[in-house]
Ligand binder design. Sequence first.
Ligand code: SF4
Length: 466
Amino acid sequence: MEPEAQRKQEEWGLHEECGVFGIWDSKGGCAQTTYYGLYALQHRGQEACGIAAMNNREQSCYKDVGLVSEVFDRERLERLNGTMAVGHVRYATTGAGERENAQPLTIKYVKGTLAVVHNGNLVGVDKLRREFEYKGAIFHTSSDSELIAYAIAQERLHCGSVEEAVCRAASKLKGAFSLLVMSPEKLIACRDPWGFRPLCMGRKGEAVLFASESCAIEAVGGQVERELDPGEIVVVREGKVTSIRDNCRGLSHMCIFEYIYFARPDSVIAGQSVHRARMNAGRLLARQKPVEADLVVGVPDSGLDAARGYALESGIPLGMGFVKNRYVGRTFITPDQSSREQAVRIKLSALRSEVEGKRVVMVDDSIVRGTTCSQIINLLREAGATQVHMRVSAPPFISPCYFGTDIPDKEKLIACHHSLEEIEAMTGADSLEYLSIANLRHLAPDAKCGFCEGCFTEHYPISVEE
Ligand code: SF4
């Protein structure tokens, strides 16, 4: 991980690389709808965003670094009008904040134009890039999306349709990719054969919508129809929807961390409510490691639902332990190491009136390096908590992610080098418990999919040796 990305991760927690949204609507106004859809997906990436639209086979695109609210205004959106659009929000782990790595990735080639948006990470990407470069490719960015666009364009030269080209390219790529591809006539959604990242489809009247999460389809007034199956390709042309299943191999490895941390609680992934999955994690933790305490609090935001589950299961009252400063954003500057603690204090403060004199169970979603966690525990102690029992709604991270989450290398993961007791002492918690692997497998009972849990078990659904 590059230093800038590492600094951001330390200050702001884990991130995933992206959210995608796409729409076909004969009535037009697709860029506007995409703009609202991206707003609903902003939690998946705050570094850069962009929208490409198609109007009478003319493609237009605008993208830049910044939040959706910063990058787009009325004038820019009006210039993007069309009957199809794809949009993207990006969190960069490499090439952080670079304008050229913002998406959509647009290309012009002998068969026309393509706009590609992508969520996930390819595996073996250096080898693939070299292969293409030896065949004469010149890449302008370091993003996987450009490789994918190039692979599709190459295939398109040897087959009869863009959807066939997407299918052929997808069958050769390895890793996580939930893609939307827009050609002059078609909007194509494609999910990798392992199904690492979510991608769902919805309708709003005759309009067809695609989004990384169901919350974005609902935010624009649409109804979610279904999730794409792993390996499936869905093609929309003039409102007619067809499905290609050549790459569906019966595999299913959804990132389990989507439920614990990434996705919005109001989203439903593979039939499982994210909110309920987090509540379940809290309930399971309460059964796994009960403790005598006066109050349960969650660390905002993704610890809140798990804290509620812990409280319901244990019978210990749920309280509001922290106030989060919602105005601290992407541009917040922390110039040196010594100000890291200050950064946590600016982001979060403990509510003295709630925690003073109490034995507190504090629920959070993960511990990466352990530094932020000990600072948050310290906030509770300073506010008068007599005991702080830390409960983590995920198992310990013991290995990096190769599929789009910026979990650092093993040397920086606290659980790779210290026992539970040591981490307990280092963080200053009176007791510490992580969700067990056995319970991890029970947090999403309604999910109609299998899971990737590689960062917790070191067993990945595909070989990551490259
Ligand atoms: S390795 Fe972890 S974060 Fe990455 S896809 Fe698998 S479960 Fe998700």
